[in-house]
Design a binder for this molecule. Sequence first.
Ligand SMILES: CC(C)(COP(=O)(O)OP(=O)(O)OC[C@H]1O[C@@H](n2cnc3c(N)ncnc32)[C@H](O)[C@@H]1OP(=O)(O)O)[C@@H](O)C(=O)NCCC(=O)NCCS
Length: 213
Amino acid sequence: MSPTGSKSRAAPPEVHPMRMDEVWKAGTTWDEAFQRDPLVNYIRGRKQTYLRRAALKMTCRIIILLWRHNEYILSVEGGTSIIVAHLLQALGQGWKGKDREAEEKMNKAAEEVLGDRVKEMVYVGLLATSPKSQGHGYGSALLEEVTRIADYYGQATWLKSSNIRNTDFYNSHGFLTVATATIGDEDPDWQEWPVIVSIMVRQPAGRPECQSK
Ligand SMILES: CC(C)(COP(=O)(O)OP(=O)(O)OC[C@H]1O[C@@H](n2cnc3c(N)ncnc32)[C@H](O)[C@@H]1OP(=O)(O)O)[C@@H](O)C(=O)NCCC(=O)NCCS
């Protein structure tokens, strides 16, 4: 914060394609950034042993390694912040249990409002900044780079936001909520509020407003 109370911005961070030597840190970033995410808490449960956390971090690293082959992954500061964008997105499938419930409901909400256009849109599958480095402009720089590419190709961009706290952040980058999915509302074991996932879309700059299907 500046003395006047407004947010002061440092120089924008250097955004680059994720390197192989950043995969380890990127996996840690992903795991730690989503530690308090409502949907992740619903799927994984809040209490996790040290061993389970270590296994989850390793799983994140393996998934990122696999993604390197066909996804567009950008990084800041050695993997302190990462974004994963799918340039052509098929709706996910094949999950089990609560993952499956969440995926099916989110896909249904997205399909209803986006229809087949989803196949021509850029999809942001993951955006995460290490908790200690949040608020320094890393996430914005990564998102701006992906939306710059989407603008270049005249493509809309969409994402699923699993934390209502991020809505203002995405709004400030031009994303608008076009649908929501309610997760956990039919689960008798889930004692907390259902998790609301927002389907958010950003039109390419200079293009007309989002048209319904
Ligand atoms: C959402 C998330 C990716 C944002 O990443 P980030 O690196 O903190 O993003 P930024 O620093 O660019 O912006 C965050 C806020 O800090 C502000 N900010 C940016 N640069 C700043 C700076 N230099 N000084 C002060 N504030 C700054 C931004 O204006 C923004 O404020 P806003 O939310 O009111 O718009 C990050 O909070 C995160 O990883 N959260 C957990 C995982 C998650 O929810 N991911 C998204 C799933 S849908």
